[in-house]
Design a protein around this ligand. Structure first.
Ligand code: ADP
Ligand code: MG
Length: 223
């Protein structure tokens, strides 16, 4: 059969993830992982820190959302009040895209997710944070503001995910990422860092600061 010649092409169900996630993926017509998802998801599910470089459009969003949600569904929380996973993206637009994908995956579950984006009403965000969301999708500046104002606490954070790290550095958010890194349970948390490129001069330093003995998944630019 055709499949025998492509034994490296896995199905999402082979990752051993929760049935509810598989159902929500299937509703979107997603059954087979992309290259980056094949390589990144098992590492992320194992609890290891991870650095991923692969080009735009290769499917990095599900490479972090699937293992993040699996952890939230399956493992006991470190804290009942603090967010369990924080996803940092460089811009509002990207945050909205990630959040839309997240919403589809958690439909029908009791996982609470919120967006903390620059430009939105600060007091509304304080109210949303008081509902103790499990997952936050944020832009760096506004999340840093909430940390400084003590309206967001990350002591119980289990997963810190940095999406588009190269663009985050381009936009000058190093200080905000440093603050988030310091606040966010460095000892116990897992960190996943994603970038479309490797060339950025600050990516190495950022990886060293944020990640503990990371596994690296780098797919050639032409992939
Ligand atoms: P990246 O973050 O690497 O730029 P995205 O996560 O935004 O890529 O994914 C690009 C597109 O591919 C999205 O429209 C997404 O829904 C789709 N996609 C991602 N993974 C799969 C998959 N396993 N099967 C089919 N489509 C997928
Ligand atoms: Mg992306």
């Amino acid at each position: 059969m055709f499949d025998l010649f492509w034994s490296s092409i896995l199905l999402f169900e082979e990752f051993g993830i929760d049935k509810r996630l598989l159902t929500q993926l299937a509703h979107q017509g997603i059954t087979s992982p992309t290259d980056v998802q094949q390589q990144a998801i098992p590492v992320a599910l194992s609890g290891q820190d991870l650095f991923v470089q692969s080009k735009t459009g290769s499917g990095k969003t599900l490479a972090f959302l699937v293992p993040a949600l699996q952890r939230i569904i399956k493992q006991k929380p470190l804290s009942k009040r603090d967010p369990r996973a924080v996803i940092i993206t460089p811009t509002r637009e990207l945050a909205n895209q990630v959040f839309a994908q997240l919403r589809l995956l958690v439909a029908g579950s009791n996982i609470v997710a919120t967006k903390i984006l620059g430009g939105d009403n600060f007091n509304d965000q304080i109210k949303a944070l008081k509902k103790d969301p499990h997952v936050i999708v944020a832009t760096p500046g506004r999340l840093a503001d909430h940390i400084k104002q003590k309206s967001c606490f990350l002591a119980g954070l289990e997963l810190l995910i940095i999406d588009e790290a190269d663009r985050i550095m381009d936009l000058g958010f190093k200080a905000e990422i440093d603050l988030i890194n310091t606040e966010a349970n460095h000892r116990l948390r897992q960190t996943l860092l994603f970038s479309a490129t490797l060339e950025h001069s600050q990516i190495d330093a950022l990886s060293r600061n944020l990640l503990k003995s990371p596994k690296k998944v780098t797919l050639s630019q032409s992939n």
